[in-house]
Ligand binder design. Structure first.
Ligand code: SF4
Ligand code: SF4
Length: 236
């Protein structure tokens, strides 16, 4: 069954869908991913609060969304499944938008298919299901070549009050400036990769990762809509 047919099939069946979907491997992995996303948010907001208390507040300028321009995020298979589930159950109209964008993208500059140029400050059309890389940007640190944590203010962020430093390397420097180390990207990316043990390390751009995920998740949703049987053995 083609993608479009599957979606229409699911929409017709959605109202009668029973609960077995919640007991599939797919949903358990999506729930685990959501918990990791929530941890990212908590860690970043704790860091920002500590930095503010220390007199070094950092924030994005109002209505900025520059980091999405000419950026195509990548994702693991389970992140693609999470996005596919969001689209199929909450934003079906975005699927046609995505498919149309893929065709245009073959002849145009690369850009994220879900970036809306007309909504400054709310440019992301899939905000609740955006991938990890989009969540980490701006408020996380990386490990440099020597294994030291390093953090740089995004180019769009203003200087920190009373200072002109924009790059911070090492625990001591960060503790002195912010009172804490910005959450390490690698901690979260390793945890997300661990949710895909068979595909560990596999990352594809959103354009490549989403179509197969839409097929996988459509199938699980269709089976769930059709069946009141136990689907917990499904490998999705
Ligand atoms: S991370 Fe940088 S580019 Fe992105 S919204 Fe914040 S300030 Fe703007
Ligand atoms: S998914 Fe959303 S946050 Fe990520 S690049 Fe696209 S528009 Fe920006």
């Amino acid at each position: 069954m083609r993608q479009r047919d599957l979606r229409h099939y699911f929409l017709r069946k959605r109202s009668s869908m029973s609960t077995p979907i919640w007991d599939t491997t797919l949903m358990r992995r999506i729930s685990a991913l959501d918990m990791i996303y929530a941890r990212v948010e908590r860690a970043q907001s704790e860091f920002r609060k500590t930095a503010e208390d220390k007199g070094s507040p950092i924030s994005c300028p109002s209505l900025c969304g520059t980091c999405c321009i000419h950026f195509v995020p990548d994702m693991t298979p389970i992140e693609a499944d999470r996005l596919a589930y969001y689209l199929l159950t909450e934003k079906q109209e975005m699927i046609d938008h995505f498919m149309a964008h893929r065709k245009e993208a073959e002849v145009m500059d690369s850009a994220c298919p879900f970036w809306d140029i007309d909504k400054p400050g709310h440019n992301c059309m899939i905000y609740p299901a955006r991938p990890l890389i989009c969540r980490l940007f701006g408020f996380c640190s990386v490990l440099d070549k020597c294994g030291e944590p390093a953090f740089a203010l995004c180019r769009q962020m203003p200087d920190i009050a009373g200072g002109d430093k924009r790059r911070f390397v090492g625990v001591a420097m960060m503790e002195q400036q912010f009172g804490a180390i910005p959450p390490l990207m690698v901690d979260f990316s390793r945890t997300v990769a661990a949710l895909d043990p068979c595909d560990a390390g596999e990352r594809n751009t959103i354009d490549e990762a989403l179509p197969p995920a839409l097929s996988r998740v459509s199938l699980v949703l269709r089976l769930a809509a059709d069946s009141s049987e136990d689907l917990s053995a499904l490998p999705a």
